[in-house]
Design a protein around this ligand. Structure first.
Ligand SMILES: NC(=O)c1ccc[n+]([C@@H]2O[C@H](COP(=O)([O-])OP(=O)(O)OC[C@H]3O[C@@H](n4cnc5c(N)ncnc54)[C@H](O)[C@@H]3O)[C@@H](O)[C@H]2O)c1
Length: 391
């Protein structure tokens, strides 16, 4: 008899959850549960994807006897650790948790320990590792196309935890996942800036030294001109590379080469589509013992968390931080608590993703825009601008 389809639950039915559902569809996984405290959010998913049962919490889902093979953790950052720990139950085979893995190394370790104890494979959704540009870059670096890699630069915006995690993870991926040896970071936070409930820096500059001698410079929210999530430059002894999710070109003694990715740039999915589909399939292969590991395994994502936290810890201590990092907390919060960075009253705090909060929106207007084919992110931003009077 043919094995039944694997099943999955989505935890957190917001923007990114749609891309996880697409990944499950492409990997032939049936989504059987939608978990979200907000009724409008979970009911939308049940209606749009034609099935599944809604639950207020993971506890309610397990108590009802629903134990899916896979669980997607798609809520905001500070919930990644508690929800992953709650999802790591007997019977669950794999968890796909959104990035950033955790806000603090202690939280990341808590997630890994809970999954190890329950025999659950944990992967973190750095889905850009499945884009053809980054894969080509990794292949060329491994083949020695640039000689020995020496230096990489990435320039991003919207915070280390939000976009920095993808950028740092991406440089590591293209370089063949070297281990960091030490870092030095500088941080500015004058405003009450938050991102998805988490205090974040206004700007950051960091240098990461890997144990193979390669260095990476991370520039976050300083000069926004050309700042992206996934484009970086790598210099080696025999040439240089500019690589993004959708292109890869190199300059060597033979001149510039635009490497063929086998597909036009506009057809390469950076989020959702084949990126999430292949990410899900690799998780299933890992669970089935057909793959040794997952390229987005928690152990790999933990290194990215360690780098980000070490950059912040370096700014906190005003010194080079040698790894492994011993600080388990969130150094930016510690700097605020210790008075090293200014704290801000509620009135002076702002969240760059506040527009995603669905609690008080006009659901009728939401449904109208959705019926016109608009994506969740765009709708939420449009409704926010209407409320704030900026459109
Ligand atoms: N991998 C990527 O490229 C990518 C892109 C966007 C967002 N993300 C990540 O995805 C995560 C979610 O971001 P988003 O933009 O989808 O947010 P969102 O606000 O659109 O969705 C979050 C959902 O979680 C729900 N929620 C809140 N508390 C919950 C709980 N206790 N249990 C279950 N659900 C709960 C909310 O009601 C909401 O529906 C973030 O960590 C973000 O960094 C990743």
């Amino acid at each position: 008899m043919k094995n039944p389809k694997p099943t999955a639950a989505i935890v957190g039915c917001g923007d990114i959850a749609h891309y996880h559902v697409r990944g499950y569809q492409l990997a032939d996984v049936e989504v059987v549960a939608f978990v979200d405290p907000l009724a409008a959010a979970r009911e939308q998913f049940i209606e749009e994807y034609g099935g599944g049962v809604g639950f207020v919490s993971l506890e309610e889902m397990f108590a009802a006897g629903t134990t899916p093979h896979l669980v997607s953790v798609c809520a905001w950052h500070l919930l990644h650790a508690p929800l992953t720990v709650a999802a790591a139950q007997p019977g669950v085979k794999g968890i796909l948790c959104e990035k950033p893995m955790a806000v603090g190394l202690g939280e990341a370790d808590r997630m890994i320990a809970a999954c190890d104890a329950a025999g659950v494979k944990l992967a973190i959704s750095h889905q850009r590792r499945f884009t053809l540009g980054w894969e080509k870059g990794r292949e060329l670096i491994a083949s020695g196309h640039l000689g020995e890699p020496e230096f990489a630069v990435t320039k991003l915006a919207q915070g280390l935890l939000n976009c920095g995690t993808h950028a740092i993870d991406g440089v590591r991926f293209v370089l063949g996942d070297p281990q960091p040896a030490w870092v030095m970071g500088a941080v500015e936070r004058k405003t009450g800036r938050y991102e998805r409930d988490t205090p974040i820096e206004d700007g950051c500059l960091g240098l990461v030294h890997f144990d193979n001698g390669v260095q990476m410079m991370v520039e976050s929210d300083l000069d926004l001109d050309g700042a992206t999530v996934g484009k970086f430059q790598i210099r080696g002894t025999d040439g240089m590379m500019e690589v993004s999710e959708t292109h890869c070109r190199t300059l060597t003694s033979s001149g510039w080469i635009d490497h063929d990715l086998g597909m036009p740039a506009e057809q390469i999915d950076v989020i959702g589509g084949q990126a999430n589909g292949r990410q899900t399939k690799e998780l299933l292969a890992w669970i089935d013992g057909k793959a040794e590991t997952h390229r987005c395994s928690a152990q790999s994502a933990r290194v990215t968390v360690e780098i980000m936290m070490a950059l912040l810890e370096s700014a906190r201590l005003n010194e080079v931080v040698h790894l492994p990092l011993t600080q388990s907390g969130y150094p930016l919060q510690l700097m605020i608590d210790e008075g090293k960075l200014p704290s801000h009253d509620k009135d002076d705090q702002y969240d760059i993703r506040a527009f995603l909060l669905r609690q008080d929106i006009d659901e009728v207007a939401y449904a109208q825009l959705r019926a016109q084919g608009m994506g969740h992110h765009g709708i939420m931003r449009a409704l926010w601008e209407r409320r704030e009077g900026t459109s």
